[in-house]
Design a protein around this ligand. Structure first.
Ligand SMILES: NC(=O)c1ccc[n+]([C@@H]2O[C@H](COP(=O)([O-])OP(=O)(O)OC[C@H]3O[C@@H](n4cnc5c(N)ncnc54)[C@H](OP(=O)(O)O)[C@@H]3O)[C@@H](O)[C@H]2O)c1
Length: 286
């Protein structure tokens, strides 16, 4: 069985490749990448895979049995078309199964909702593709909060508009493990899974960061309007507004959903105490 991973040059795509290498021979894995040079180090066959190039996608998907479609980064409308290019190319190339990395979040009334809606449209396109399918709705990555530590320290803490909302965070490596299973096991066909670990508040996130890195961060909630002004000043109108929408959704409980990680991965999601203990150990040995 040959499995292809799109966006193999990206952080999630490359980690799915790594997770697959533990399950099937490297000769059965193909990486598709827009920038092929960025995926050469993965030690598998790499083929061209720009979501805008349907013909090229079809050629690259020949001889492939199952493909992982990693959600793109373009504006919502363009994304839908790009994802359709991958789905149609897969069908034309004779691919048997498609797995899609979708997202959790508020479907209405936030600035993130158009992106969530575009993912829901691709979910529908995948379900009606005529191929066997499986969909994961990813939780929010926790790694960016760790990478942002120095900025949090400079600011004296974490501020956003999530308030007391709980967020079902995840990590790319946990997602990668689940997707490797979903691609290689037929029991996931026709299933849509929420993929995340235990839901935590921003107060708990600050506590985990403090106990891991010896910081003294506090969490201070802001209104949606205050946070939007703050993010737009740093990240610009588009990204600042989208990020605000994500935290507004967390505040409104839209990121606090039942998790199906165990069913998808066949094992529990890493617990946050274990994840942060791992980071503490890395820090101690670096
Ligand atoms: N759950 C979350 O918290 C969260 C957060 C951020 C993003 N996301 C979503 O998750 C996806 C994967 O995340 P990540 O961490 O792997 O992001 P990443 O490291 O930034 O990688 C993005 C990947 O998308 C590829 N890509 C962009 N436009 C493309 C196109 N037109 N055709 C083919 N490939 C294209 C990039 O290729 P190049 O190497 O050529 O640039 C890269 O491989 C993102 O694309 C986004 O949809 C989720």
């Amino acid at each position: 069985m040959k499995v292809a991973i799109t966006a193999a040059s990206g952080q999630l795509g490359s980690q799915v490749v790594e997770a697959l290498l533990a399950l099937i021979p490297s000769t059965n894995i193909v990486g598709l990448a827009r920038t092929t040079a960025k995926a050469k180090h993965l030690g598998i066959e790499i083929r061209p895979g720009d979501y805008n190039e349907k013909g090229l996608l079809e050629e690259s998907l020949r001889s492939v049995d199952a493909v992982l479609l990693v959600s793109g980064m373009d504006a919502p409308e363009r994304r839908i078309t790009q994802h359709r290019n991958v789905i149609e190319a897969a069908r034309s190339a004779g691919v048997r199964k498609i797995v899609y990395t979708s997202v959790q979040g508020a479907e209405h009334d936030t600035a993130f909702s158009p992106i969530v809606q575009s993912n829901r449209q691709t979910e529908e396109d995948v379900r009606y593709s005529g191929l066997a399918w499986s969909i994961g709705r990813n939780g929010i990555y926790i790694e960016p909060d760790v990478e942002y530590l120095e900025s949090y320290k400079k600011a004296g803490g974490i501020t956003n508009c999530a308030a007391d909302g709980r967020c079902g965070y995840t990590t790319r490596s946990e997602l990668a493990y689940a997707y490797a299973r979903m691609l290689t096991e037929d029991k996931h066909n026709g299933r849509t899974y929420n993929l995340h670990g235990a839901a935590i508040t921003q107060y708990e996130l600050a506590d985990y960061l403090n106990s891991t890195f010896g910081t003294d961060l506090t969490y201070t909630p802001m209104t949606v309007e205050e946070y939007r002004a703050d993010r737009v000043a740093e990240l610009g109108e588009f990204m600042g507004t989208v990020i605000t929408g994500i935290y507004q959704g967390i505040r409104d409980g839209e990121a606090d959903n039942p998790s199906h990680y165990l069913e998808a991965a066949g094992r529990e999601h890493v617990s946050w105490p274990a994840f942060f203990a791992g980071l503490r150990q890395e820090k101690a040995t670096s």
